[in-house]
Design a protein. Structure first.
Ligand code: FES
Ligand code: FES
Length: 180
């Protein structure tokens, strides 16, 4: 059998890793400037560099939807997106959905209110992703029936099986009859 000996890498040939680069994102209406390694996902940028831990890391492979956020109004899995690819984008996370009224009272987003009213969660781990995904779903304008909601929310997995109540909550906000 022939044995191959691997030599030490030649420092002259070694590939140097790219430097961190400046990334500017507007997150929940606030401009953020971050020095990030180019391989930092948007999910890690939110959770590790901005302390916005409402966005959850489930699978980290685009399969569960727990990391769903809105980028320029469109829902995406933030674990599958590099932060540098979203330079200049507007990001909305679960922390940015509520608003403040003239009396400085917090007003929940209608979907947040509906999720509470319909008990649309158990452990709550999937809930930020479910709600952000539902915001994106509504703005896509493709839903006509409760079955459409089930189909178009299928990328958001709920280990607790709260699906019927999630569909009820979204249906209420969209004024869709779940019995039809
Ligand atoms: S953590 Fe992104 S899809 Fe699961
Ligand atoms: S409420 Fe627990 S995973 Fe959905």
């Amino acid at each position: 059998m022939q044995t191959t000996f691997l030599s030490e890498p030649n420092p002259k040939q070694a590939v140097s890793l790219p430097e961190k680069s400046l990334v500017t994102l507007t997150v929940n209406g606030v401009e953020k400037k971050l020095q990030l390694a180019p391989w930092t996902t948007l999910l890690d940028a939110l959770r590790e560099y901005m302390n916005l831990t409402g966005t959850k890391k489930g699978c980290d492979h685009g399969q569960c939807g727990a990391c769903t956020v809105l980028v320029d109004g469109k829902r995406i899995n933030s674990c599958l997106t590099l932060a540098v690819m979203k330079e200049g984008a507007e990001i909305t996370t679960i922390e940015g959905l509520a608003s403040t009224d003239n009396n400085f009272e917090t007003q929940l987003h209608p979907l947040q209110t509906a999720f509470i009213a319909h008990d649309a969660y158990q452990c709550g781990y999937c809930t930020p992703g479910q709600i952000c995904s539902a915001v994106g779903l509504i703005s896509e304008g493709r839903v006509r029936t409760a079955d459409d909601i089930r189909e178009l929310m299928s990328g958001n997995i709920c280990r607790c099986g709260a699906y019927p109540h999630i569909v009820d909550a979204i249906s209420e906000v969209m004024q869709i009859d779940t019995k039809a």
